[in-house]
Ligand binder design. Sequence first.
Ligand code: MTE
Ligand code: MO
Length: 543
Amino acid sequence: MENNGRLPSWAAALAGLVAGAVAAGLSLPAAALVKASAFPVVAAGNAAVDLTPAWLKDWAIRTFGEHDKTVLLAGVLAVLAAAAAYAGILAARDLRYGAALLGGFGALGILAVLTRPGAGPADALPTLLGVAAGVFTLSRLLRRALLPTGTGGEEPPGVQTPAAMRAEGEPPGVQVPAVMRAGEEPRSFDRRGLLTAALGGAVAAGAGAVAGRLFTGRSEVDAARAGLALPRPAVPARPVPAGSDLRIKGLSPFFTPNHDFYRVDTALVVPRVDPRGWTLRIGGMVDRQVELTFADLLARPLVEADVTLCCVSNEVGGPYIGNARWLGVRLADLLREAGVRAGADMLLSVSADGWTCGTPAGVVLDGRDALLAVAMNGETLPVDHGFPARMVVPGLYGYVSATKWVTEIKVTRFDRDEAYWTPRGWAAEGPVKTQSRIDLPRPGARLAPGRTVVAGVAWAQHKGVDAVEIRVDGGPWRQARLAQAPTADTWRQWVVDDWDATPGEHTIEVRATDATGYTQTAERTPVAPDGATGLHTVTVTVA
Ligand SMILES: Nc1nc2c(c(=O)[nH]1)N[C@H]1C(S)=C(S)[C@@H](COP(=O)(O)O)O[C@H]1N2
Ligand SMILES: [Mo]
């Protein structure tokens, strides 16, 4: 198919794609200078995350796991690329149509940017600049793709025009016919001209992307993070009993290394917060506002605590749980300084990227190790896990307690304020449910008959795990041996090391009983609205 008989559609589509790349490639460094969240591609992705209905998000997490964001971003890019290619095809017919399509997508981008938390009018500039550059590129590319036919005097001597090439013996019928437009010189497709210009556009887009990376201050935040020396804790963690880690290969270690720690958040691109500009404001229903800098935070007495963090989206037997040693300031101390007013029952914490979280104030104030953490497993908080500061509250799922990149805590009431996940189908309060998981043997494993180790972890944060039992093929429950744990706030490893595996297929189930005497229910419920229940079950083949 030819557009208007002048350009093959692939050429028009290529021109559109390059124009789109230039638009994105120029808006990126512009956004880096104005504000990172003003980059329309990521803003559109973030808006998509926020607008996605809960069932679709659950499906995406189930299907793509922690890669769900990569998949979404790839999807956004694919849609934009298709639109840009189509804009090229339209523009080959009439530049105004293509420009209108680019402009339409620009308008959507601006809408996405301006509806991000904390956006201002200046945030529209990078998109405007990008669209202008895109339209300009498109018109230039389409011009370069067409050469006047015939022997008009416009070409410098020695340049081969397609007409000349044709004369030199290209098979007839291959060339796209040049079509006359009223009042215009006849022009024909110049493949080399287009490809050269497209290459130039691609280089410009790439340079923009590189500049964008440089301007984001990414390396500055990384350097600031690396340069931090962690103060010693004023209150060290309770000693970890010698038997807390059974050191069985394949069993989750007692402490989850930072690089293995699960990550769950709504951020398509993690916020990079410079600690030198960071502050935490505590306001709302308080006697006096408190504002802390990062230096203020480090100057305070720091408390160390071992806490197992888990996600409400964790399926029975799932991976979204980890245990770490956190170092931070007691949230209760900060709140008491601010003076929590009577009637307040919720802490609405806000992250640098506008995510919000509602935590029961009573839980934070009841004496448990609820921290504003700055370090994780002896290392400055990793950027993915909330640098420079995040909340950690033992006994609550992360979505109601563990705000990363936290910048604000508003003391308020559950009947006045709503956090991010509440209107999206999740419970306003999320205490952790008593649960257990089989790490060994792996589901579907093929085992040799004989004495076999069955091992895993169980958790009931801030209550404590008192017993773990397993049963095979629906037989009698038998007690597992429990590893030690320093406090009730961490998971406990457990092991049965003398299961006599006989040939055949076997099903192993596990259940935990917490220190309140509650034994976890076998009833299977989904993760929404307040955490999955049911027994983790693993099927293996012994042969
Ligand atoms: N800013 C921000 N903090 C957040 C979230 C988020 O989406 N944004 N997700 C929460 C959820 S649902 C969980 S389970 C924990 C996960 O913390 P991790 O990624 O450090 O494991 O972070 C919490 N803190
Ligand atoms: Mo979560």
